[in-house]
Design a protein around this ligand. Structure first.
Ligand code: GAR
Length: 195
């Protein structure tokens, strides 16, 4: 079986991108990251990709603060198709994906979210978990549909909420789980898509 080719979209630090990269470097994930794109020109994910020698590009969202305009989605789809990506991995990408990109990659766009979906969709899911007073939360890898964190679930990992947790400590513990879960989920899809 050949390596699965990954296109990654992120808006922030890119630690989940880094986890995928590290799993590949350690020989635990038979994949190749072919492109990293970000809607934030100064996002650290782009610096990480540059340091790894992976092609990267900034997505022009036409000045919109949170909307992901159709023209931008079409351009991302075209770029990603041009790289031969098999799977699009959202790694902290903070805009809602719609038809142009989903149609170009049917059942091939996945996301990692810092809660046990369907609980706590949307922003700052770790803070939502603290506010709700739950004793357990986690992270989810799921297929992306047009909703907000609503697509079919692929894998989840549970994380305990400790009495002394604040937003930072809880998010850190969830991220440690994310960094284990995302490579596992991509490996599962590698077999589903290429096997
Ligand atoms: C991650 O915790 C990811 O689950 C979350 O953003 C963070 C990005 O971190 N995504 C969402 O909340 C999407 N709804 P990273 O840039 O270090 O990977």
């Amino acid at each position: 079986m050949r390596k699965i080719r990954l296109g990654v979209l992120g808006s922030g630090s890119g630690s989940n991108y880094q986890a995928l990269h590290d799993a590949i470097s350690r020989g635990e994930l038979d994949a190749e990251i072919v492109m990293v794109m970000s809607d934030i020109p100064q996002a650290r994910i782009l610096d990480r990709a540059q340091a790894h020698g992976i092609p990267q590009a900034v997505i022009d969202c036409c000045g919109f603060a949170s909307k992901f305009p159709e023209s931008a989605q079409r351009s991302v789809a075209q770029t990603m198709l041009g790289t031969g990506a098999d799977l699009i991995c959202l790694a902290g990408f903070m805009r809602l994906i719609k038809r142009p990109l989903l149609d170009a990659f049917p059942q091939r766009v996945i996301n990692i979210h810092p809660s046990l979906l369907p609980a706590f969709p949307g922003l700052a899911a770790w803070q939502q978990a603290l506010d709700a007073g739950v004793t357990e939360t986690g992270c989810t890898v799921h297929y992306v549909d047009e909703g907000m964190d609503t697509g079919p679930i692929i894998l989840q990992e549970k994380v305990p909420v400790l009495r002394e947790d604040d937003a930072h400590s809880l998010h850190q513990r969830i991220q440690q789980a994310e960094h284990r879960l995302y490579p596992r989920a991509v490996d599962l899809l590698r077999v589903r898509l290429l096997g």
